[in-house]
Design a protein around this ligand. Structure first.
Ligand code: ZN
Length: 230
């Protein structure tokens, strides 16, 4: 499965090409240097841990360079809080004032830019723990048996979802992918297994969702779970 890259961060750097023999500058050009993205569990805009509805930390060097790389100007507190409710902005202004930090606005009356500009902040990668009572582990190869044809097919445990945790979060977290923005409200009241069954002829794998009790019985959605493959 292709890794989904949230953002590519770059910083413009002026690069000069110098003639080694004469020492003269032949050309000066802007090249982009990559910036390492924030840790998975941090805000992907400012690299600081905070709730999405709160402001970015304008003092974050990562935020400053990532913002500069896109906008060619440095971020201000007005940019850092551009996505916030007025109540949050007021609280931020109070906090800055009590800490003797100056509120800043974009230069020349420019509009504040939310996040890094062209796109929303991707959600941070989270952690969905595998429940202690799990009978299978994510990534485990298994074999499922069709109840009627008795045909055996290779399958993989894509995720082990704790009760009432969003299924798509568990799949993302346990496979090192960014969490999707939209998820269904979780309804399962016991550990749920997401199993991908290989399909012949290069078709997309079929996903089945097996509750804990059904897995214990070895039965699920018309598929019979067989012995674990070696
Ligand atoms: Zn942030």
């Amino acid at each position: 499965m292709a890794e989904q890259h949230a953002f590519k961060h770059t910083m413009p750097v002026a690069m000069q090409t110098v003639d080694m023999a004469t020492g003269t500058v032949q050309k000066t050009e802007d090249v982009s240097w990559g910036i390492i993205p924030p840790a998975a569990d941090k805000c992907q805009v400012c690299a600081v841990a905070h709730e999405p509805h709160l402001f970015h930390d304008c003092r974050s060097l990562f935020y400053q360079y990532a913002f500069y790389g896109r906008q060619r100007r440095w971020p201000t507190w007005a940019d850092a809080a551009a996505h916030c409710e007025p109540l949050v902005v007021d609280a931020l202004k109070d906090t800055l004032a009590t800490n003797n930090i100056k509120w800043t606005d974009p230069p020349d009356g420019a509009q504040p830019i939310a996040h890094l500009g062209e796109t929303e902040a991707p959600p941070p990668r989270g952690e969905t723990p595998v429940p202690a009572d799990a009978l299978l582990q994510p990534g485990q190869d298994i074999e499922v048996t069709h109840p009627e044809t008795c045909e055996k097919t290779s399958a993989k445990v894509l995720a082990v979802v704790p009760k009432l945790c969003p299924v798509e979060h568990a799949i993302a977290d346990q496979n090192g992918r960014p969490r999707p923005m939209m998820v269904d409200a979780p309804r399962h009241r016991s550990t749920l297994y997401v199993i991908e069954i290989e399909q012949p002829d290069g078709r997309a794998p079929k996903r089945i969702y097996v509750p804990q009790r059904a897995l214990k019985k070895g039965l699920a959605d018309g598929a019979k779970l067989g012995e674990a493959a070696p």
